[in-house]
Design a protein around this ligand. Structure first.
Ligand code: UDP
Length: 245
């Protein structure tokens, strides 16, 4: 079931349901696209119809942050839970290990994908990582060719938003994969080069604060979070839906 939050059509699912959807999509016959917007990118989508349409064209849209969940609550169209992209990715590793599917890692700085693959295999020894490419390339067609040559079932696209979404959209037809997911900085997180917040902070919906303390340079872009919440408050007060899509 879809739930509209400020113009974005989120799948209102639990993590288990998200993974079941992924299993279905893996059995499909086209490159299914999964997006995981957080409040920052959702705020950008508020201002760009083109970005909104791009995100809404995904087969599965998961709410990556507490900001989106809070906005949905303010708008009285609550989402069941936050489904963080990195947690979804972690769940997918289990699915791939079980089904014997192949995974390709695209994105992050050179060397990070290799490190991430090593860490993934520690937890999922039977995981088949069939290819790795860093996210700093000029020739997109060559990257698509490389991915297709490795014939993965799942492609993690970790180029940051909205670059990763634009990449997936541009090559949706050409990419011979079953499922591709835009997962931002997840490879850094798997590799351990960027640590996730302690559990208690995640539980208290303070992961954004942890990231801000660790990477103060994110301050500017994180200002989009309160602006996004403010947009939800305004829409609630106005009481009319501006978003028809
Ligand atoms: N990145 C990349 N290619 C680029 C720009 C960024 O591979 O041209 C990677 C970057 O190394 C990082 C990720 O994309 O691993 C973006 O991480 P961030 O946490 O900023 O993304 P978010 O999830 O917040 O969009």
């Amino acid at each position: 079931m879809k739930t509209g939050v400020l113009g974005l059509q989120f799948d209102n699912v639990t993590m288990d349901e998200a993974l079941s959807r992924a299993r279905e999509l893996l059995r499909g016959d086209h490159a299914a696209m999964v997006v995981t917007p957080n409040a920052e990118i959702a705020y950008e989508a508020l201002k760009s119809e083109e970005l909104r349409a791009l995100l809404n064209s995904a087969d599965l849209m998961l709410p990556d942050g507490s900001g989106v969940v809070l906005a949905a609550k303010i708008l009285k169209t609550p989402l069941r839970q936050k489904v963080a992209g990195v947690d979804f990715a972690d769940g997918l590793l289990g699915v791939l290990e079980e089904t014997g599917g192949k995974l390709y890692l695209l994105g992050s700085k050179p060397g990070i994908g290799e490190l991430a693959a090593e860490k993934m295999r520690e937890k999922h020894p039977r995981l088949n990582v069939c290819g790795i490419a860093d996210g700093y390339f000029k020739d997109e067609a060559a990257v698509v060719e490389k991915i297709n040559a490795a014939a993965p079932d799942v492609l993690f696209v970790c180029l940051g938003a909205p670059k990763q979404e634009r990449f997936m959209q541009a090559h949706r037809e050409a990419l011979n994969v079953r499922l591709m997911a835009g997962l931002g900085g997840s490879l850094d997180s798997f590799a351990g080069t960027v640590k996730r917040a302690p559990r208690w902070m995640i539980r208290m919906n303070l992961e954004w604060l942890y990231r801000l303390i660790k990477q103060p340079s994110r301050f500017g872009r994180m200002l989009r979070l309160p602006k996004y919440i403010w947009a939800a408050v305004c829409e609630r007060i106005r009481g009319k839906k501006k978003w028809e899509n």
